[in-house]
Write a new protein. Structure first.
Length: 95
């Protein structure tokens, strides 16, 4: 499940960045919504909360809130990806 998360969701996180670069809050909100459940599914509750805040800000068109939550979302995304990769590396070294 973690491997799938890393593979599939890297693209969706890129969609968030690209949508924001283009000013497309609807597409950004849709991408954030896509990731919320799967982040929670792997136990990344802080990431899920940041994504939910991002989705809410996008849906209301609050660009200031979007800009405020992006650093937190990025930190959590990086932390989750790093932890997941460490977990997978440890598992393959043991197995």
């Amino acid at each position: 499940m973690i491997e799938l998360y890393l593979e599939d969701h890297a693209v969706t996180f890129s969609t968030i960045s690209n949508a924001l670069d283009c000013g497309d809050l609807e597409k950004c909100g849709d991408a954030a919504h896509t990731l919320i459940g799967s982040a929670g599914g792997i136990g990344a509750m802080e990431l899920a909360a940041a994504l939910h805040a991002l989705e809410r800000a996008c849906r209301t068109g609050d660009i200031d809130a979007v800009e405020a939550v992006m650093p937190e979302m990025e930190r959590e995304r990086e932390r989750v990806f790093f932890t997941a990769k460490e977990f997978l590396a440890k598992g393959s070294a043991e197995g």
